[in-house]
Design a protein around this ligand. Structure first.
Ligand code: AMP
Length: 201
C-alpha cells in the first residue's frame, strides 16, 4: 500500500453545496448523500427552525421573517456557519440552504480559503416554478411549516430569483456549477447527484 496518500479518502475535507429554489428537493437529497458519504448535512433552515422550536432569542427574532418567506440577515447566517466550521476537523459538509445571497457566498469563500478547504461541487437542482409551488403546498399538509403555503411559497420563489440566483452565477463563473434535472423520482434525482459528485465540474 502507498502510505504517502491516505487510502481512506473519507477523512479528507469535502464541501458540497446544494443550490435550488425552495421545494427543489435539496433537503431530502442532501440528507441521503450525507448519510451515505459520511458527510455532515448543514441545513440552515433546520437550524433556524430548531431555534424557533426552542424559543431562543434568535428563534424569536427570525420567526416572523421566515413566516413571510424573507431571508434572515446575512450576518446571522455567516456567523452561524463560521462558528460551526470551526468545530469541524476534517470539514466534510453538505450545505443545504446556504449560501443564499452573494454576500453569504463571498463570506463562505473566505472562510474556506482561510481553512484551506476546497469547494468540491455545487449542485443545482432545477425544477419549474409551478411544480415547486405544488410540491411546497403538498408538503405543507404534513410539514406544519408556517412557510409551506401558496402565498409564502410564491414569495420564497421570488426571493430565490432576486437574491439567490446571483449565487448560482457566482459559482458558475468559478466553473463549479453542475445543473441537474430535479424532476423525477427521488431515486432518479439521487442517481444524477451521485454521478455529478463522482465527476466534479
Ligand atoms: P429552507 O428550509 O432552506 O427553505 O429555509 C427556510 C427559511 O429559513 C428561509 O425562507 C429563510 O427565511 C431562512 N433561511 C434559511 N437559510 C437561510 C440563509 N442561508 N439565509 C437567509 N435565510 C435563510
Amino acid at each position: 500500500m502507498d502510505n504517502t496518500k491516505p487510502e481512506n479518502t473519507k477523512l479528507e475535507n469535502q464541501v458540497i453545496i446544494f443550490l435550488g429554489a425552495p421545494g427543489a428537493g435539496k433537503g431530502t437529497q442532501a440528507a441521503r448523500l450525507a448519510t451515505e458519504h459520511n458527510l455532515l448535512q448543514i441545513s440552515t433552515g433546520d437550524i433556524l427552525r430548531d431555534h424557533i422550536a426552542r424559543g431562543t432569542e434568535l428563534g424569536q427574532r427570525v420567526e416572523p421573517i421566515m413566516k413571510q418567506g424573507h431571508l434572515v440577515p446575512d450576518d446571522v447566517l455567516v456567523s452561524m456557519i463560521g462558528e460551526k466550521l470551526q468545530t469541524l476537523e476534517p470539514v466534510r459538509v453538505i450545505f443545504d440552504g446556504f449560501p443564499r445571497t452573494l454576500a453569504q457566498a463571498e463570506a463562505l469563500d473566505q472562510m474556506l480559503l482561510q481553512n484551506g478547504t476546497p469547494l468540491n461541487s455545487v449542485l443545482l437542482l432545477e425544477v419549474p416554478t409551478e411544480e415547486l409551488i405544488a410540491r411546497i403546498v403538498n408538503r405543507g399538509i404534513s410539514s406544519e411549516r408556517s412557510d409551506d403555503n401558496e402565498t409564502t411559497a410564491r414569495a420564497r420563489q421570488q426571493v430565490y430569483h432576486d437574491l439567490t440566483q446571483p449565487v448560482v452565477e457566482h459559482y458558475r463563473k468559478q466553473g463549479l456549477v453542475q445543473a441537474l434535472e430535479g424532476r423525477g423520482s427521488t431515486n432518479e434525482v439521487y442517481a444524477r447527484i451521485l454521478e455529478a459528485v463522482q465527476t466534479p465540474a
